[in-house]
Design a protein around this ligand. Structure first.
Ligand code: CA
Length: 517
């Protein structure tokens, strides 16, 4: 937006505002309030609204995002080097489930067209997944998948595609270390994602540490999910019956066909919006993330919760500084305690690497106006909306139950997406300010731009523009509803996301806090 100088202040207590104009504002610009800029202030960056004394708090979102490193005169550009970061909030003495929200008015009558699965979950896509026990089999599986696409998929038009669940785990790892349970259960639960129709097929090398029976112990796949047989369907490359590479490929292609036949017999049916399992995250954030896209996602999160759906928010280091408001919103003290447990575990994990939560921010975040992790977190946390937090999902675990859940994952886009997929998401919402072409092969990703400038330049990558909120042409509620309706269209397969159209897929990246050998 060019022309009239435009700044945005988030809270009545704030002593800084951000510049909304494309290209920023020049020194000497007079704002509507009469304040004259002393420096050039780039778009998304902060300007001091009043004189701020050295050591005084700099307030955005009504909280101290830092302390002035020197006296800051009104009109100055308040950039990262002028802010000292506050210490992390203590995990002791937090308000535990003191402010769960009263149940909101149910939102009824919204539906989408989905694939009902034998275990009761609902898919938004109908895909054959091929699980791998170890990275060693990735090349052979990829070769076989190419043949399945070319030779078999045309015969099974109701199947949307075939996905190899490639990952870097399985061998050369300390598999008995306590934290190894995280990557192992992640691979297991990835194969049970609702978009795979309950069909589980495994490719194994034979000599790896993560044996198929360890990955999928008896009982881990309910018979109802596995279709006709409770027996795990495994192709083992080192099996003596395989003579040469082509015979391995033949086995994979042949065994895949049995699953394709069953998947192809499925049809979409009308299901309530409560069957959505949505994972929300952000990446390539800027100062607008917390002004436009994330508040719109937060509004939509509340709509989804009212509709009885499941929504997961994540990214430990981006919510750590807002822990007090999260524990207060927990449904029960047990949920609040689980949240604190996950945060404490992560604090220790970071400490082991001689860093803290401030390691999160990127050069792009800073160029986009985010001074530090506290400011980033305040903008990130609003994706969770205002609903009561009903449950906590540990990394790699499967979500059980509806409502708003905190799924404890790293903020890394690929790892967060992988863990939310393992938790069972059937739709992903991703907000970005700097821009990322992020996508997943197995779950549709709706990308929301925080700025009109990005939405315009990346017109064939961004699915929704929340920049209209900063432009003043739409409200948070307008964009929140638009996103809600778009989700139902995408979930129904009536609309593809840009990442789906271009087939842009990031790798699945496991979170492995345990040692490798
Ligand atoms: Ca992220």
């Amino acid at each position: 937006m060019a022309g009239k100088p435009h700044t945005i202040r988030m809270d009545g207590r704030d002593n800084v505002a951000i510049v909304a104009n494309d290209g920023g504002l020049a020194a000497g610009t007079r704002l509507e309030s009469g304040l004259v800029l002393l420096d050039r202030v780039p778009q998304g960056h902060k300007v001091a609204l009043v004189d701020i004394a050295a050591g005084a708090p700099v307030l955005r979102y009504g909280v101290a995002i830092g302390y002035a490193a020197e006296p800051l005169a009104a009109g100055r550009w308040v950039h990262e080097k002028l802010l000292a970061m506050p210490a992390a909030a203590s995990l002791e003495g937090l308000p535990m489930a003191t402010a769960p929200r009263p149940p909101a008015e149910p939102l009824e009558g919204y539906t989408f067209e989905g694939y009902r699965n034998p275990d009761g979950s609902v898919g938004t896509r109908n895909l054959l997944a091929i699980t791998q026990t170890v990275q060693c089999v990735a090349g052979v599986t990829a070769f076989a998948v190419q043949r399945i696409r070319e030779e078999l998929l045309p015969k099974y038009p109701n199947v949307d595609g075939v996905v190899a669940l490639e990952h870097g785990y399985g061998c050369g790892v300390a598999i008995d270390a306590p934290d190894a349970k995280v990557p192992i259960r992640t691979v297991r639960n990835l194969s049970l994602n609702p978009n795979f129709g309950g069909e589980v097929m495994v490719v194994s090398l034979g000599c790896e540490k993560l044996q198929p029976q360890r990955l999928m112990p008896p009982g881990s796949i309910p018979v109802a999910v596995q279709g006709q047989s409770a027996e795990l369907d495994v192709v083992c490359l080192q099996d003596e019956k395989h003579v040469g590479f082509q015979s391995m490929v033949e086995s994979i292609v042949r065994q895949a066909e049995a699953h394709l036949v069953r998947l192809d017999a499925r049809r979409r049916e009308t299901v309530p919006a409560s069957e959505l399992v949505v994972g929300v995250q952000c990446g390539g954030s800027d100062a607008f993330s917390g002004v436009t896209a994330n508040p719109a996602v937060g509004f939509c999160t509340d709509l989804l919760v009212r509709a009885g759906a499941s929504v997961m928010f994540s990214e430990v280091t981006e919510v750590r500084d807002g822990i007090a408001q999260l524990t207060a919103r927990a449904a029960t003290p047990e949920v609040a305690e689980a949240m604190v447990r996950e945060m404490a575990w992560y604090d220790a994990y970071l400490e082991r690497g001689a860093v803290d939560r401030s390691a999160n921010t990127t050069p792009g975040n800073k160029a986009g106006g985010l001074a530090n992790i506290v400011e980033k977190a305040m903008g990130s946390i609003v994706k969770s909306g205002s609903s009561t937090i009903s449950r906590v999902v540990a990394p790699g675990e499967r979500l059980a139950g509806r409502g708003l859940a905190y799924c404890a994952t790293p903020a890394s886009d690929f790892i967060c997406g992988t863990l939310q997929m393992a938790a069972g998401m059937n739709l992903h919402v991703f907000t970005t300010g700097r821009g990322t072409p992020y996508g997943l092969a197995a779950v549709p990703v709706i990308k929301v731009a925080t700025r009109t400038d990005l939405a315009r330049r990346w017109h064939d990558l961004m699915d929704l523009n929340a920049g209209t909120i900063a432009d003043g042409t739409a409200t948070i509620e307008d964009v929140g509803w638009e996103l809600f309706r778009l989700m139902l269209e995408v979930a129904s397969g009536r609309r593809q996301t840009w990442a789906e159209r271009w087939k842009l897929h990031n790798a699945l990246v496991l979170f492995n806090p345990a040692p490798v050998t």
